[in-house]
Design a protein around this ligand. Structure first.
Ligand SMILES: [Zn+2]
Length: 754
């Protein structure tokens, strides 16, 4: 439905008088212009009253009764909307030129009041009521956009609100608590793998007291809103006349013939400003960051602006391209960008491997800007972090998927749109499954300790040209090989939990705790993030969908959650030195832009303190005793930890460990092994444990070979690993060239056709 001047003046959405609105803004715009005049004509007396509408919905403070009472019997209709041109969101960077927003974009943006927060859980269970419900698992508190049921229906946490009766008297009611300018409803069917239920059409009712209800009108008739045609796609219903009220009801009229009255919803509304309430000024974050959703072009522009602001500590580079040719940009932040410094560990954050999980992308962009600004301000913590760490930030691993979700926007992208790569690949199960290779080898071996427990080569099949390996995955694998990463986190969304490897279970069990040799440290890492995240750490928080992770302190072993063969975390641990966990950042995969400041605050400390964990355990340099040169690929073995680490090109190494006493043996080809005891204390800095190795007499090595003794298994493994990587890169190159050729051909055809 479109909002036109004509139907606005004609229609009388019952609670009615007149509002002059200076414009509908996104909360992200609040800094520019936060308040606008609203005129109200009181029905009874026909005198004009005036209040201010502020498009803000963060504050949890209550409206003073005076303003509420004033409007209690007041019905409001929009007479005229002075449309403010909101072009910031739709500004595109095209070779430096600004492209004006299209008319439809403009309209869409202006109509967008933010969601009240049924999906984000900002709206509490107690604010949602219903006429009836089938059972508690299908109660009104489940009528939230994108809520997910468990595998089995019938539990406490089912996939929608469902009415007990199939008639037109059913309703789901939301109490906005404050006077709110309601502008729209987003409706979705029931999430279930067992049944199909959705609402085809519905009416909307509004009330100031939850007693007297007025149905939303479209001209002289009651407005009938178009609902869903399937169970998963959210559909927006725009109120013909934006209306101020406190309560809103969704009243289903028709539904899928074989189903019942079930729905999930979000309500769009702008809170009516109360001048007496100072708490409404809280914008969510004091950090002056660019809180909005950035599409590909905006992200590129934004990253450039950060390097411009902090040229001395930043560098942008690309690690490859997506299927459609979008670049995978990385921001490096370090005191010496562009080079590895001896002993300085390398960290990475990867976001957006599932393109629709958009919060991670924005948090990583926020983090870039924050580190830059705080470094310049001389924030000691940030200066230390940037000086002692080489930080790599990949905000969008799956830009093709993101663009798909972005087109729909935060409320209409649904649960899965944009998750996969352009080719339909789930990138988080697209890495080679090295777990089963290791476990199979261990099963076959007579002596398990002889089986390599790290640096496992990519399997042959994976390097073939026709292997279903996405260009995004190939790019990330090459990146992981090029840089000696020590620690990483993989940012996702849709839940609130931190999961740690292994993600893949032994023997294809669907769900089983599958610890690594570094389980204690991984649990520490996960806990560091989970215990500092303001939402996860809140013991009173409501669970997101149907699983209660609070009983595990918001951390879980990946396999214990659900098995994922070929995950990035497992690959990172098995193929490289890097420890990686998955962070599920929020219940809502794609929060509305107005939620971004508060989400930054929820995650700021976690993002910082997690990076600082890279400075735990032991580190040092492995050198040749005679030449003092660093030895690369030296194996660092820690007693009782069946997972080795290798030194980087210059001989430096990092071994993440919890506090304790460790017996460490270092060993390299052609050298005598060396043993040391290293103590790791409680303080958050790595213990230096350098090693000097003595070369074995060359003669002795020759003798071993002459006797026909085998070259140690480990070195064969290392050679195989290098060989397979070379093969993978070769096929990637061929595929990329072919893809560019195809694209050029397509463009040529298009040009000829046009
Ligand atoms: Zn995900």
């Amino acid at each position: 439905m479109q909002l036109t001047e004509r139907n606005m003046e004609k229609s009388l959405c019952t609670l009615a008088a007149v509002i002059f609105l200076g414009g509908f803004f996104d909360a992200a715009q609040l800094t520019d212009d936060t308040t606008t005049e609203v005129h109200l004509l009181l029905n009874s007396t026909s005198t004009a009253a005036s209040v201010t509408v502020q498009l803000q919905h963060h504050s949890t403070a209550k409206t003073t009764p005076t303003a509420a009472q004033k409007l209690h019997t007041t019905a409001v209709t929009t007479k005229k909307l002075h449309r403010k041109n909101i072009s910031r969101d739709s500004e595109e960077e095209n070779n430096g030129e600004k492209k004006p927003a299209s008319k439809t974009d403009e309209k869409k943006t202006q109509l967008d009041c933010p969601p009240l927060g049924l999906e984000s859980l900002r709206v509490d269970d107690s604010q949602i009521r219903a006429s009836s419900s089938q059972r508690s698992g299908l109660g009104p508190h489940r009528g939230r956009l994108n809520i997910q049921s468990g595998i089995s229906d019938g539990d406490l946490y089912d996939g929608a609100w469902c009415a007990a009766y199939k008639d037109q008297n059913q309703w789901l009611e939301v109490d906005a608590i404050y006077l709110t300018l309601f502008t729209g409803v987003v409706l979705q069917g029931k999430n279930s793998i067992w049944s199909w239920d959705w609402v085809h059409t519905y009416k909307v009712q509004l009330s100031n007291d939850s007693v007297t209800w007025k149905t939303c009108m479209n001209g002289t008739e009651e407005a009938i809103f178009e609902g869903n045609q399937n169970a998963w796609s959210p559909v927006l219903g725009v109120l013909p006349v934006p209306t101020v009220a406190r309560f809103i009801r969704i009243n289903p009229q028709t539904w899928y013939i074989n189903g019942t009255v079930c729905l999930r919803a979000e309500i769009l509304g702008c809170r009516v400003h109360d001048p007496g309430d100072s708490s409404e000024q809280d914008l969510g974050s004091k950090d002056p960051l660019d809180f909005r959703h950035h599409n590909y072009n905006e992200m590129r522009k934004f990253m450039k602006s950060v390097t411009k602001e902090c040229p001395d500590i930043t560098r942008i580079y690309t690690i490859g391209k997506s299927y459609t040719g979008l670049k995978l940009y990385v921001m490096e932040i370090s005191d010496n960008p562009g080079k590895h410094e001896l002993g300085e560990p390398e960290f990475r954050y990867v976001a957006g491997m599932h393109g629709n999980e958009a919060l991670g992308r924005e948090l990583v962009l926020n983090l870039m800007q924050y580190l830059c600004k705080e470094y310049k301000k001389g924030n000691q913590r940030v200066v230390r972090l940037v000086t002692d760490t080489r930080i790599h930030l990949l905000p969008s691993m799956n830009p093709d998927g993101y663009e798909e979700a972005y087109k729909k926007g935060s409320e209409l992208a649904g649960w899965a749109e944009g998750r996969y790569s352009f080719e339909g690949i789930d990138l988080n199960s697209n890495f080679p499954d090295l777990n089963n290779i290791m476990w199979d080898a261990e099963e076959m071996a007579i002596d398990k300790s002889k089986v390599s427990n790290h640096y496992i080569p990519i399997p042959e099949y994976y390097t073939q040209e026709d292997a279903m390996v996405s260009p995004e995955t190939r790019a990330v694998i090459s990146w992981m090989e090029d840089i000696p990463f020590v620690l990483s986190a993989n940012l996702h969304g849709g839940e609130l939990v931190v999961s740690y490897p292994f993600d893949c279970t032994v023997g294809w069990a669907p769900q089983e705790d599958t610890p690594t040799a570094d389980n204690a440290f991984f649990r520490w890492l996960a806990t560091v993030y989970a215990s500092t995240n303001l939402v996860m750490a809140n013991p009173n928080r409501r669970l997101c969908h149907h699983e209660d992770f609070q009983v595990h302190n918001n951390i879980i072993n990946g396999g214990a959650w659900h098995t994922v063969p070929g995950s990035m975390n497992d690959f990172s641990y098995m193929h490289t030195n890097c420890f990686e966990v998955t962070v599920e950042l929020s219940c809502d995969k794609y929060p509305h832009a107005s939620e971004l400041p508060i989400e930054w605050e929820n995650n700021k400390e976690s993002l910082l303190v997690y990076m600082e964990q890279i400075h735990r355990g032991i580190k040092g340099v492995v050198r040749d005793k005679m030449t003092k040169q660093g030895i690369s690929d030296a194996v660092i073995k820690v007693e009782d930890h069946d997972h080795d680490i290798r030194s980087a090109v210059d001989g430096d190494y990092w071994r993440l460990l919890n506090p304790g006493e460790y017996k460490v043996v270092v060993w390299a080809e052609g050298y005598f092994p060396s043993m040391r005891r290293c103590h790791v204390g409680m303080q958050p800095r790595a213990t230096i444990c350098d090693f000097t190795l003595t070369k074995t007499p060359l003669q002795r090595l020759k003798e071993i070979r002459a006797k026909g003794l085998k070259i140690p298994q480990d070195f064969l493994q290392l050679r195989l690993r290098a060989l397979r990587l070379r093969k993978l890169r070769a096929t990637t190159k061929v595929l990329n060239q072919r893809r560019v050729g195809q694209r050029m051909l397509q463009e040529e055809r298009k040009a000829r056709g046009a």
